[in-house]
Design a protein around this ligand. Structure first.
Ligand code: FES
Length: 163
């Protein structure tokens, strides 16, 4: 069976996009659960990991995921003003802005790293976000970052984003 992603970018060959999802326990992770139990269809491109809050996001997680084979990283949390730890998502916004600038310097398209919001009841928003990001990544093609950027460069940038 032909890989449908080749219609958007023939570089996919036999493989499909891999997106790491870092999802807040209190909202987006539950939205993902709701999408599953409601049987909302979305591409099987997301490998989701639960974090307690987007404020817990260490930017090096994102760099490491890209380094180790992910084509994109989607961070999802509670809507601004609704973080269970007060302002974690505002911290995440600042970190993600810095991180997107860092990945550009490393030759990575910033759309490979995205931040979005979905409450626990917003399974449809979660589903749409996964669909949209999958299409974006599918058009950009495989990252294969480990083949194009040296380990030392990544290490240096990881230390820089750690601050
Ligand atoms: S608890 Fe969800 S973003 Fe902070």
């Amino acid at each position: 069976m032909a890989n449908d992603y080749n219609q958007l970018n023939p570089a996919w060959g036999e493989r499909s996009p891999v997106i790491i999802g870092l999802l807040c326990n209190w909202c987006s992770y539950r939205a993902a659960d709701l999408a599953g139990t409601s049987r909302f269809g979305y591409p099987a491109t997301l490998r989701d990991l639960r974090i307690m809050c987007t404020g817990r996001l260490d930017p090096t997680f994102v760099i490491k995921a890209l380094r180790e084979g992910a084509d994109g990283v989607l961070v999802m949390g509670c809507h601004p003003g609704q973080c269970h730890y007060d302002a974690g998502n505002y911290k995440a916004m600042r970190r993600m802005a810095l991180l997107r600038r860092t990945v550009i310097q490393l030759g990575v398209h910033p759309d490979r790293v995205q931040l979005a919001w979905a409450s626990a009841s917003q399974g449809t928003i979660f589903t749409e976000m996964v669909k949209n990001m999958t299409e974006t990544i599918a058009r950009l093609g495989p990252l294969n970052w480990q083949d194009t950027v040296s380990g030392e460069t990544i290490q240096r940038e990881m230390e820089a984003v750690r601050g």
